[in-house]
Design a protein around this ligand. Structure first.
Ligand code: DSN
Length: 484
């Protein structure tokens, strides 16, 4: 296996030198102890540098965010929450979590933040359990005159469990753009409660608030869940709250995809979920550009339940990731983050227009956020074939169902593209047109076969790879970090 050689870029600004040296030192160390791992880390950097990253849920975090994770904080257990732990020696984790929590509350102007969830899925699970305890379990215990679940008889336990699993959750279906943790039949969320779904309107492919209201008022779900992983329009959270109030539901918003657009003040007024939702969950690594992880923001009333993420659904938090979340929140509080967020949306809109100009249909006709779902069926390809052909040509996307897709989530009729990562690199609207041009060229020159089989014209592949490299050379990833 070749040894890695790296040196500090002569062009690195002074303030970046220390983080560059830290990354190089880490790789040096790993080359000696775990060369396969060092090699894979470097290969991943090379991959990310040589492919256009259009996965809507990915980004490039700062070297500062990355460095906050690579240290001895990973060795500490800290079950509990700040200043209330089940382990000794948590003073410094307390300081880190408290700082991250305060920054998150400031960034989102939220009443309470909980920064422990390891992922968006964890955050959603904790939110569901917190709502179930607050709205169902606690009133029942009070009615029965019990202080806690440990005082319940076997029969009372059964009654409580029966009541919990019969609660309803109403969220956007996976096919319409919702997330699998929003009650998808294969996910725990649909076992924990009775999951029902609203769809986008088949004509506009957008949310129909009147229909959602009718459904909510009829079904009276405990939780009305708004949020998505593949919907390209803004959601009016003021309307969603009105609907939740009429149905007697708790409004939960999963803003994992668009948290950065909320933090960057692009989604304001009714499009900012924080003032309207009882509880908001998120990830920290998508548009928010932090470390891989989850986050919960909620009204004060839910805070005592949310803070019990451990033992509800988690064990120990990840102190090193909480430190990196704090660094990311600090970065998102800088004015430059607002400029960044605006550009994400400008780029997505430009990309959508460029596809439309070339005859490719974005679901719902366009975008208000950071992503587009493109219906690529007119190319005679399914989403899986399109995703693979594009990847061969150095363009990384993810296949996705379009609303009412007959091909299902494995093959799909669409691909999802997003602009958060490329905007971080500094690409702008002119480059979006070039990207749409390259992608359409690849899709036109790929021939679909059975299932995942396809053939991409070799000349198109080579030409596109070259075009991608030429483009990315102008917008290098971590230019201060040079590897040879
Ligand atoms: N996997 C994420 C996405 O791509 O949207 C959501 O969990």
């Amino acid at each position: 296996m070749p040894r890695l050689k790296h040196y500090l870029s002569k062009t690195a600004p002074d303030q970046q030198k220390s983080s560059v040296i830290a990354h190089l030192a880490a790789l040096d160390h790993l080359e000696n102890t775990s060369p396969e791992i060092a090699s894979a880390i470097v290969a991943e950097l090379e991959d990310q540098r040589s492919h256009l990253k259009l996965i809507a849920s990915e980004n490039y975090s700062s070297l500062g965010v990355q460095l906050a994770m690579g240290n001895w904080l990973t060795d500490k257990y800290a079950e509990g929450y700040p200043f209330h732990r089940f382990y000794a020696g948590c003073e410094h984790v307390d300081a880190i979590e408290e700082r991250g929590k305060t920054l998150a509350e400031r960034l989102f102007q939220a009443e309470h933040a909980y920064i422990q969830p390891h992922s968006g899925a964890d955050a959603n699970l904790i939110a569901f359990l917190a709502i179930l305890i607050d709205k169902i379990q606690s009133p029942l215990l009070e009615k029965w005159g019990k202080k806690g679940v440990d005082e319940l008889t076997k029969d009372e336990h059964e009654q409580l469990r029966d009541l919990l699993v019969h609660q309803k959750i109403l969220g956007m279906s996976l096919n319409s753009g919702g997330h699998l943790t929003h009650g998808f039949r294969m996910n725990l969320s649909s076992k924990l409660m009775q999951a029902i779904h609203y769809e986008v309107d088949p004509g506009t492919e957008q949310l129909d608030y009147k229909k959602i209201e009718e459904q909510a008022v009829t079904e009276k779900p405990l939780i009305l869940l708004a949020g998505y992983s593949a919907y390209s329009r803004k959601i009016d959270f003021a309307k969603m709250r009105e609907i939740a109030d009429k149905a007697g539901s708790v409004l939960m918003v999963d803003m994992a995809h668009f948290a950065g657009l909320v933090a960057g003040r692009v989604f304001e007024g009714p499009y900012n979920p924080i003032p309207y939702a009882h509880i908001v969950t998120s990830t920290t690594h998508k548009t928010l550009r932090g470390p891989r992880g989850g986050l919960i923001l909620c009204k004060k009333e839910l805070a005592p339940f949310v803070d019990k993420g451990c033992p509800l659904a988690m064990g120990g938090p990840l102190p090193h990731v909480m430190a990196a979340k704090a660094v990311a929140f600090e970065e998102a509080l800088q004015p430059s983050f607002q400029t960044y967020s605006k550009k994400i949306v400008e780029n997505a809109k430009a990309l959508g227009e460029s596809f439309q100009k070339r005859g490719v249909r974005p679901v719902s006709g366009g975008t208000d956020n950071h992503l587009l779902v493109l219906d690529i069926s007119s190319f005679g390809l399914n989403g899986r074939q399109a995703e693979s052909a594009l990847r061969e040509a150095s363009i990384t996307t993810s296949r996705n169902t379009v609303p009412y897709d007959k091909k299902g989530p494995w093959y799909t009729s669409g691909i999802r593209v997003g602009t958060p990562a490329l905007t971080t690199l500094g690409l702008g609207t002119a480059e979006m047109d070039e990207i749409a041009d390259m992608m359409v060229d690849v899709l036109k020159n790929a021939r679909g076969g059975e299932k995942s089989q396809y053939v991409l014209d070799p000349a198109t592949k080579e030409k596109t790879r070259e075009r991608v490299l030429n483009l990315l050379r102008r917008f290098p990833l971590y230019p201060e970090l040079v590897l040879e």
